[in-house]
Structure formats: C-alpha cells, structure tokens
Design a protein around this ligand. Structure first.
Ligand SMILES: *Cc1c(COP(=O)(O)O)cnc(C)c1O
Length: 430
C-alpha cells in the first residue's frame, strides 16, 4: 500500500501545525508510523488521499453511528447553509434539540449546548461546584473527560489521593482540588468519601470507560457511586460523550438503570459536527447564567448546522430502536470472530465489548481498570495495527481505543475485517 501523497501532505503539515495534526491521536505516533490523510468517506468506508480504501472502525471516534455522510441526516443541509451558518441569536432548532435530549434522558430537565465534549465536562463541573459551594471533584484513573486543566490529572503516588498534572502548563494548584481513584473500586471510593466526602462537589465518571480501551463499570460500582454521592450531597456526573445515544437511546441511564444528577454529551449528538452538551435536573441547571450566577457562554453554541445534523441523527435513532439491537449483534459477531482467532492462535487476550463498542486488549488479564489496561503488550498491538492498515482495515491508532461500529457496517465488512484481523494477529506474533 502506497502513502506517497499522505507523506507529502504530512511533510507540509508539520511545518504549519504542531505535529501536523489538530488532535494528538491523529499523528499515529503511538503506533510509530506517519499519519494517513483522508480524502473522503462514505458509509463504513474511508479513502485516503492515495486512493487506498479502508473499512473504518474509527467513525470519527464515535459520532458517526449511522456511518459517514448518511443522507438521512445530511439531506437538506445545503438549504440550511443557504439560510446562514450562524446568527448568535436564538433559533427554534436549538429548542427542538434540547427537548429531544431531555425526552431521551430520564431524570434531566434542562440542557445547555456547547461546542465539544471538553467544554461540556468543564462546564458541568463548574455548575456542580457552584451548586454545592464545594471545590473538590473526584475522577477515576483512566477515564478521559476532555482536556480542561482540572481534568488533566493522574493519581499521585502512595497514599496521596489528589491528582498530579499529566501535562506541563497545568499548575499543580489547579489540580489540587481534583481527587483521583481507581475505576471499579468501591473500597477506594468509600475510603475517599469517608475522609473528604463533605468537600466533594462532584464525581465525574464514564459509565463505560471508552478511553482506556473499553472498560465497562460494574453495575455494583455505579450503584455504590450513586448511593454515596446521594448520601454526601455530591453531584454525580455521567460523562456520556461516547456512550450517549450509543449504548442505548436512553444512554447509560437506561443501560444501567441508574440516574445521575448531571450528564455530558458530545460526539453522536453532533452527527460529525462540533458539539457538546451538559444537562441536569432543573434545580441544578437553574445555577446556569442567565438564570443563575454560574457563568458559561459560547459564540457558536447551538450552531444551527450542528443542531440540524445532530437532531436528525437523534431522530433516526429514536424512530428506529432496532438499530441498537442490530449494532450490538454486529459487535457480538466481531467479538466472537476475534475470540475464535485468538483461540486458534493459542492466545488468551481479553476482548471487551459493551453494546457496539469493542476492544481487543493485548493482555491475558481481565481489564477492569487502568492498571489492568497497562499490562497490554503495546509492541504487538502496534504490529497488529500496521498489518490491519495494510489489509484495508482502519482502527484507532493506539491500544487504548475502542472500535466503533455503525449501522453502515455490513456483514461483508465484518467478515473482511475479521479475516484481516486473523492475518494481523499472526503477523504480530511471528
Ligand atoms: C471524546 C471525549 C471527551 C472530549 O470530547 P471532545 O469533543 O474531544 O472535547 C470527553 N469525554 C469522553 C468520555 C470522551 O470520549
């Protein structure tokens, strides 16, 4: 497979953009190759500028649950553009979008649109802090909630429970209010609450970890989290930027039957355009400006084009509930096929699946948290990734990423991908 044009564009790109990319994972750095540059995509397939075709399991990292350029959601967008791309004055479609989200997610009354998942989590935390009058927040190791300062933390060593910055540029002072504890660990959670519960404004959690591979929370863990946050008057925030409208139309709220106090969305609700949102019960959302004192704003928030495509995507999902069952069946098919390859090769790797999210961990260990995920054989994964790419299958260029399925993936796609995976696994273990 040739990547001459990608290579040429990349050489130009690194002159003008840090690392040649606008988001680090796109640099393919962790798999040790140069990135491919994309020309176009349709359905479940994507083409690079050299004309190579791939079955796409990135799907823009989740937003494209109906596949690329699905006409059911893009239809009419030209007419929308002709009417103007942004006004900075309210539009009806923002109201329709908000209503759609509130109706889908049981327990929330109001929603504020923003422009990214990062903005959603950052704003939700501010609101939760304003609502409780407390400063501390708690997150779980390995969960990703965007790149705002307070959330770029990892756990400190030993008995220290507050986080340390994972990036230069984040002052230790800023993250000193961010506590970090292991995912799926009820005991550690209870321990933290015992000593600091009264000071914790919010707990933010991915109900299904999607940024350390795929690591579903145990239901008991989420139940314990719900109970303890209620007891201490702490706001429980589900970060559903990946899981929202993917794991079920009612998101993790429906999937686990557990109701958070606030929820963050992104990805799917924008159908591929830049969007985020945060929502909560009315008494909490009443804190948000201009009703309440907590400031949060956005020039392009609720952008009419993003609302148009996002709303249409949600409507398709709402009106075709069988989509979720079909997506899960495809994911099971993939999971089963991967496991068959592993068995044949005498490998005991962990295959994780939650709904339509799948991840092959290159470790024999069952992955329940970040520590477990860290046992993966990254070198072998990288060989596997490269071999897959050669075979025309594009997955996230890092071990700790989910494979995203869409309604556009056909059985033929999956069979082709599975055949490539068998081959790639063999190459990775030569
Ligand atoms: C992608 C993601 C974010 C960040 O969203 P951006 O739109 O990239 O800012 C936050 N939380 C989770 C769980 C995500 O997967």
């Amino acid at each position: 497979m040739e990547h001459k044009r990608s290579q040429a564009i990349y050489e130009e790109a690194v002159k003008y953009i840090p690392g040649g990319v606008n988001s680090p994972v796109r640099a393919f750095k962790s798999v040790g190759i140069d990135p491919i540059f994309i020309d176009r995509a349709h359905g479940s397939h994507i083409w690079d500028v050299d004309g190579n075709e791939y079955i796409d399991f990135i799907c823009s990292w989740g937003p494209l649950i109906l596949g690329h350029s699905n006409e059911r959601i893009t239809e009419g967008i030209s007419e929308m553009i002709a009417k103007g791309t942004s006004y900075g004055v309210p539009t009806q479609i923002e109201v329709e979008m908000a209503k759609l989200i509130v109706e889908a997610y049981k327990g929330v009354d109001q929603v504020r649109m923003v422009n990214s998942g990062t903005e959603a989590t950052m704003s939700a935390l501010r609101v939760a802090r304003g609502y409780t009058g407390r400063n501390k927040i708690l997150k779980f190791e390995g969960c990703y909630h965007g790149h705002s300062d307070a959330l770029l933390v990892k756990s400190g060593s030993g008995t220290i429970t507050y986080g340390v910055p994972t990036s230069p540029g984040v002052p230790a002072d800023v993250v000193k209010h961010t506590l970090v504890t292991p995912y799926n660990d009820i005991e550690a959670l209870e321990e933290i609450f015992k000593t600091q519960g009264e000071e914790i404004a919010a707990v933010i959690v991915e109900p299904i970890g999607g940024n350390m591979g795929v690591v579903p929370a145990k239901k008991d863990f989420l139940l314990a989290l719900r109970e303890i946050t209620k007891k201490y008057g702490t706001v429980l925030i589900f970060d559903e930027v990946i899981t929202g409208f993917r794991i079920a139309y009612g998101s993790s709220r429906e999937y686990f039957d557990i109701e958070p106090d606030m929820v963050c969305f992104g990805k799917i609700i924008g159908g591929g355009l830049p969007v985020g949102a945060y929502a909560g019960r009315k008494e909490i959302m009443d804190m948000v400006s201009p009703v309440g004192p907590v400031y949060q704003a956005g020039t392009l928030s609720g952008n009419p084009l993003a609302m148009y495509i996002g709303k249409k995507q949600l409507e398709v999902l709402r009106d075709n509930p069988q989509i979720y069952k079909e997506l899960e069946e495809k994911a099971i098919y993939l999971e089963t096929g991967i496991k068959a390859h592993l068995k044949e090769l005498g490998l005991n790797y962990h295959v994780a699946r939650a709904g339509s999210l799948v991840c092959l961990f290159f470790t024999d260990q069952v992955v329940r948290n970040y520590q477990d995920a860290m046992t993966c054989d990254i070198e072998r994964f990288n060989k596997y990734f490269k071999a897959l790419l050669e075979e025309g299958v594009l997955i996230g260029p890092a071990q700790f990423e989910a494979m995203f399925l869409s309604t556009a993936h056909t059985k033929e796609d999956l069979d082709k991908a599975l055949e490539a995976m068998g081959k790639a696994l063999r190459i990775a273990h030569q």
